[in-house]
Design a protein around this ligand. Structure first.
Ligand code: SDX
Length: 469
């Protein structure tokens, strides 16, 4: 392990120690026991407190601020694991052996080459689309490329050898900028028959396509929207390393690769958050996993959810200096406006992911004057918020508060922060969809009707004068 990356492990273990000192890890008994349906729960607006299902995938201890994936606490997963191991763990329920991990990594590399999807994407005005919109479009196009769901069931299994002139695309093989970039058509040999579970776009193979494909598409979208060709991944780089490389065109340093890997682990799963719930609702109708992930991407985009990380950077730039923080914060508070990157439906304590991302942001910005200033403004704002809203309303930094500073230190533009979140969360979305489908029941809550009854039906000439109900 590279010298500096050992420092990253040290930072994570120090954050773990601090968390152990400041919070107990005692699970909440009412949220960690088997369910005998029907279950009693007190439900608030926005389904707050509602229990939707049982799970073994992950647990968010909101009162204490701990996050667990399949029994492992998030600090250990970040300190000793990789995103490939963690996505395998979320999907299968156990950490992979060496052979299983090698096979899994090979599959993920194979599934990165979504050339037909990228070629189709190039037919859209990507430069005019928000990256999250393009990413959602890409998941639908992947559905065409990798599955038979829309193919006429009477059509024989057409061989899917893609000839270079039809469906491969030029890829920059050595990104050195337009003048001397070398493009070549990448041919891709497809097995000539669709694997069984790809036919219905619901099985694990489709999940792995998406796990790899969403990352590959994020890299392609980052390039296409600047009028550049997508970059072929580098098989020597990790999942995290290729994400940085295919987005920026620059090979990451070992520290950047390690820090991105940690951030992908931190964002991989988080209970029944809005985007996971959205993907599960779509899956519960027996739609398919590509459309479920598309629903997850749509929900994640919102500024109250995954879109907050991009707005945090805008907010810190807007504040401008540490000295401006108190006045800026007082103004927001007096108008009861939400501070991006703070607060959480479940955490009424410090988000364990922010416990890791804050020191990582400090480490990553120490050499860079501009982003170091952003980090210091963030730290000053954090103190102001915790002193007031923390004490009054248990409002603390969440995962989105420091993540953007970490990505900005790698030269990643802010409107790619949420797509990175989506790349990571495909692991949580797909593993929870698979788990729920094993005992599927379509999600269908009720609404309380508080409207009128027994109204007379008025002829059209009498309308417009009646009192609006
Ligand atoms: C993510 O669910 C997940 O797990 C999500 C996530 C994941 O990994 O999937 O953790 C990722 O989405 C993190 C959250 C990112 N969003 C933001 O940072 C946007 C800012 N945060 C808020 O919009 C808010 O905190 C939410 C949306 C995150 C949670 O909203 P809730 O639970 O509906 O809380 P609420 O709006 O009912 O607020 C309760 C009180 C209110 O005050 P009162 O009206 O009771 O006086 O707390 C206040 C709110 O005004 N409040 C805030 C605040 N968040 C809540 N006040 C100022 N700043 C904030 N950020």
């Amino acid at each position: 392990m590279h010298e500096n990356t050992k420092e990253i492990t040290g930072i994570i273990l120090k954050a773990k120690e601090k968390a152990i000192k400041e919070t107990s890890r005692e699970p909440e008994p009412e949220l960690t026991k088997p369910i005998n349906w029907p279950v009693d729960c007190v439900v608030g607006p926005g389904l707050e407190g509602a229990i939707a299902c049982e799970t073994r995938i992950g647990y968010v201890n909101g009162s204490k601020g701990w996050l667990v994936y399949r029994g492992y606490n998030i600090f250990d997963l970040c300190a000793y694991g990789t995103y490939e191991e963690v996505s395998y763990l979320l999907m299968y329920g156990y950490l992979p052996s060496n052979t299983q991990l090698t096979r899994f990594k090979k599959k993920l590399i194979e599934y990165r080459t979504a050339h037909q999807t990228k070629r189709l994407l190039m037919g859209f005005p990507i430069e005019k689309m928000k990256p999250m919109g393009a990413l959602r479009l890409g998941t639908n196009l992947m559905r065409q490329e990798f599955t038979d769901v829309d193919r006429d069931k009477y059509l024989s299994n057409v061989a899917r050898i893609i000839a270079a002139d039809e469906d491969s695309i030029p890829m920059e093989t050595t990104p050195m900028g337009e003048e001397n970039a070398i493009y070549e058509f990448k041919r891709q040999q497809r097995e000539d028959s669709i694997k069984e579970d790809l036919k219905h776009a619901t099985g694990f193979e489709s999940c792995f396509h998406l796990l790899s494909g969403v990352a590959s598409l994020t890299g392609a979208i980052a390039r296409l929207r600047c009028g550049q060709m997508p970059i072929e991944h580098d098989p020597e780089l990790s999942f995290a390393g290729n994400l940085i490389y295919t987005m920026t065109g620059k090979k990451p340093t070992p520290v950047e690769e390690r820090v991105m890997d940690v951030s992908l682990i931190l964002h991989a799963d988080h209970g029944m958050n809005a985007s996971t719930f959205a993907s599960m609702v779509v899956a519960s109708t027996l739609s398919d996993v590509y459309l479920s992930v598309g629903a997850g991407i749509a929900a994640l985009q919102g500024p109250l959810h995954g879109g907050a990380n991009e707005r945090v950077i805008e907010m810190l730039k807007d504040i401008g200096s540490e000295e401006n923080v108190p006045a800026w914060f007082e103004k927001k508070r007096s108008k009861k406006e939400k501070i991006m990157g703070f607060g959480h439906r479940v955490y009424k304590s410090y988000d364990p992911r922010a416990r890791v991302l804050s020191p990582l942001a400090k480490y990553m910005t120490k050499e860079n004057k501009k982003s170091k200033k952003l980090y210091r403004i963030a730290r000053t704002l954090e103190k102001e918020v915790i002193k007031t809203l923390g004490a009054e309303k248990k409002i603390f930094p969440n995962v989105d508060f420091y993540s953007g500073i970490v990505y900005a230190s790698m030269g990643i533009p802010s409107d790619l922060f949420t797509p990175i979140f989506a790349v990571s969360r495909v692991a949580g979305w797909t593993s929870r969809v698979q788990e729920y489908l094993r005992k599927n029941r379509i999600f269908r809550p009720r609404a309380m009707y508080i409207g009128p009854f027994d109204k007379e039906f008025p002829p059209i000439e009498n309308r417009g004068r009646t009192k609006k109900s």
